[in-house]
Design a binder for this molecule. Structure first.
Ligand code: ZN
Ligand code: CU
Length: 474
């Protein structure tokens, strides 16, 4: 038998949680064609994987790279950590369908630049990605916030009947054109005035397409319990699966609350479909002016449009230098994003360890000083939390980055190593894998990742991009 590529002598972790096996793996074109003892096979290329783990490429179900896949299609921030598939359009904000003209309200304005073409339909965005593909596979949720910006005349009130009907039609069309679900962000100003009923109407459309309601909940701090209850209610009333994005308990007063929130999720799961993902960091990142700085022990400016030179600096230092208080310094920096130290390590570990939690980066790649999660999330889980802390074993860690997100979001033929699956693969060293970055140097690539293949094409090798752009639109 003959294959294009043979991966020999590695330890294969197949993504299902099953223990690693020392077997060979064969790839032809974009698919895995065999695993097992392939000592009699020949191949155009043989890769010696002795001492290495071979795993399915990681799937990041929550990013904000809707525009980055077009403007920086090499996607080094994702490939360098072993990620081969991403899901865009989160937190209620998707690049498409966008029919609104003029400047975009935050946070959509943080994800999209004013000078880029806008995509009036999801199909137009999808076709553009197919014509000029990025280096990773991508799927996209359709954001309720974006639909609101298109259709609701005054964002500070609930949508009226006609506006709701217009959003329903637009969502239905975008899901028919390949959007893989609905995202909402009632936490953010453009959607804050949406009633629970408005969100239920949206969720019904997702349900009709067999898709999920994915949400940056109305609150992740003092009202996280109420926000969870609202999310469950939306799921029950619309008979729709709900997915809690980047679950956290933000703010000093709420440290420890994850014991309660996870128990609530466990309880709800007995009656309805509830899932969640999280990031392995105690700092969050979002737009400044979200009130979050008052709950944080420290705030770093990630990006400021009027003051780009302030990226990477502490908000309190900037205020001191300007001789103002924190609030006025923040006002001057807008529009801006920040990194907020608001979570407790015990909560982060408890949420990570919960058996239904999927890993995500929640990456926003814009600006010179992003949150380190943009470049370091997956290696941090496999290094810091698996190897150094023992939150779970390597097989479980990989399952939460591969088959779990693939199953949750309906990504066909990905997230597992088995005959017939797409050849999205990562080869790494379990002893040395770690994030290579920190809050001071956030864009350094991860360590310990040798090779990354996307749809059978070598895309990352020995710390550098091969130039391949093999990403499909899912
Ligand atoms: Zn969010
Ligand atoms: Cu997000």
């Amino acid at each position: 038998m003959h294959a294009d590529i043979l991966f020999r002598g590695g330890n294969i972790i197949d993504g299902t949680g099953a223990p690693r096996q020392s077997v060979d793996l064969a790839v032809t074109d974009d698919r895995i064609v065999a695993t097992g003892d392939l000592s009699r096979w020949t191949a155009g290329r043989v890769i010696d994987c002795t001492g290495r783990i071979v795993a399915p490429g990681f799937i990041d179900p929550h990013v904000h790279h809707d525009e980055v896949v077009l403007t920086d299609p090499g996607m080094d921030c994702m490939l360098s950590q072993g990620v081969t598939t991403i899901i865009n359009g989160n937190c209620g904000f998707s690049i498409a369908p966008l029919t609104a003209t003029g400047p975009l309200p935050q946070p959509l304005g943080m994800v999209l630049s004013d000078d880029m073409p806008r995509f009036a339909s999801y199909a137009a965005y999808r076709d553009r990605l197919r014509a000029d593909p990025p280096a990773v596979n991508s799927a996209c949720l359709i954001g309720h916030g974006t639909l609101r910006i298109n259709e609701v005349a005054d964002l500070d009130r609930p949508a009226d009947r006609a506006e709701t009907a217009a959003m329903v039609r637009a969502l239905d069309r975008a899901l028919s054109e390949g959007g893989i679900g609905l995202s909402t962000g009632p936490f953010y100003p453009p959607a804050r005035a949406a009633t629970t009923q408005e969100l239920i109407e949206m969720a019904r459309v997702a349900q009709a397409h067999g898709r999920l309601y994915v949400t940056h909940m109305r609150d992740e701090g003092d009202q996280v319990i109420e926000a969870l209850e609202e999310t469950f209610q939306i799921g029950r009333d619309a008979c729709c699966g709900v997915h809690v994005s980047h679950h956290k308990c933000a703010g000093l007063a709420n440290h420890g609350l994850s014991e309660t929130t996870l128990a609530m999720i466990d309880q709800a799961r007995k009656l309805q479909d509830v899932g969640l993902d999280t990031t392995p960091w105690t700092a969050s990142s979002t737009m400044l002016n979200s009130g979050r700085h008052r709950q944080a022990s420290r705030v770093i400016v990630a990006e400021s449009v009027p003051y780009p030179e302030m990226a990477g600096r502490d908000l309190s230092d900037i205020a001191a230098e300007w001789g103002t208080d924190i609030d006025s310094a923040m006002e001057r920096l807008l529009p801006a994003t920040g990194i907020f130290f608001i979570m407790d390590e015990t909560d982060v570990r408890r949420i990570l360890a919960y058996e239904h939690t999927i890993i995500c980066s929640d990456g926003i790649a814009r600006g010179s000083h992003p949150h380190p999660r943009v470049w370091g999330t997956f290696p941090r889980v496999l290094g810091h939390y698996v190897r150094d802390t023992g939150v779970f074993d390597l097989e479980t860690g990989i399952k939460r980055m591969t088959s779990m997100p693939a199953d949750r979001f309906g990504l066909q033929d990905r997230g597992r190593i088995a005959k017939g699956m797409y050849a999205d693969l990562v080869v790494f060293d379990a002893a040395s894998i770690r994030e290579g970055n920190d809050y001071t140097h956030p864009t350094r690539p991860a360590e310990g990742i040798d090779l990354v293949f996307v749809n059978g094409r070598e895309s990352w090798c020995a710390g550098g991009h091969t130039g391949a752009r093999a990403g499909a639109v899912l």
